[in-house]
Design a protein around this ligand. Sequence first.
Ligand code: C2E
Ligand code: CA
Ligand code: CA
Ligand code: CA
Length: 278
Amino acid sequence: AEAAATSVFRRDSAIDVDAMERRIVLMGELDQAIECGQIEVHYQPKLSIAEDRISSVEALVRWRHPTRGMIRPDIFIPLAEQADRISALTCFVIDRTMRDLARWQLEGFDLTAAINISATLVAEPSFVEAVDALLGRQLVPPESLTFEVTESATLAEPERAATILRGYRDRGIGVSMDDYGTGQSSLSYLRQLPLTELKIDRSFVQHAHLNRPDELMVQSTIALAHDLGLKVVAEGVEDEGCLAFLRSAGCDMAQGYLVSRPVPALVISELLGQREVA
Ligand code: C2E
Ligand code: CA
Ligand code: CA
Ligand code: CA
């Protein structure tokens, strides 16, 4: 069903009237989707390489549509942005994540969580107020949350983005640069942003142990990020060879199918429990 949904909404079918209609229908359905409990939050572990333990999770949203099956975030996040529902959707994800994280912390697991923040929200001052309201309930300390943002979000209005991100940092929330390497920005530009973490895009990570240019890219990024005081996460780690390379390169965290695919909250509890006794 996921594959079917994808093909229907292919970008190159923009002039396809049927596809446009379906897109508009989905946009309208998004509101009820949140209310009717069709939106689910899955989590993908981040492995702390030196400690060999799961120290964090990334929240990844899914839409379990009653007739179309599981719809991928690549499809409906852009719709939510266009329909002005991205703030509501992101608040839902943060709320869900805080509740799940509070439970894991109560169970005794030393865990943090990351949430993806759309480009359109990064420069949005009113979203700061929404985040404050969520923090005010004190389910988890703000220090156990990280916001993942992309270069595109910060490049549009760099100073505005830096100011707003600084506000999140002042509240104790970490800020991670997502998909690093796919955009235009340099590390010298990134230095002007109040970041705590850098995530190297999976297109560089996946073959870093197999091809020299990717290996150099990953190695130099890790070195420069560490110079800037940032933690480095490699995404898209799919095999042991890649993880061994990252360990030797001094990468802090690994995320990818090798550790686990994104899974429901209950499965995270099981994974954490298993690793603890192992
Ligand atoms: P992302 O932030 O880059 O998230 C990583 C994506 O890579 C996820 O896809 C994940 O399932 C996938 N992935 C993880 N490990 C591997 C691996 O080893 N190999 C491969 N081939 N893929 C891997 P997903 O869950 O479909 O999410 C797609 C994108 O949707 C995310 O990319 C993120 O940009 C966006 N997204 C997801 N949840 C949210 C959300 O709550 N808010 C916003 N604004 N965006 C979201
Ligand atoms: Ca992300
Ligand atoms: Ca990413
Ligand atoms: Ca990516």
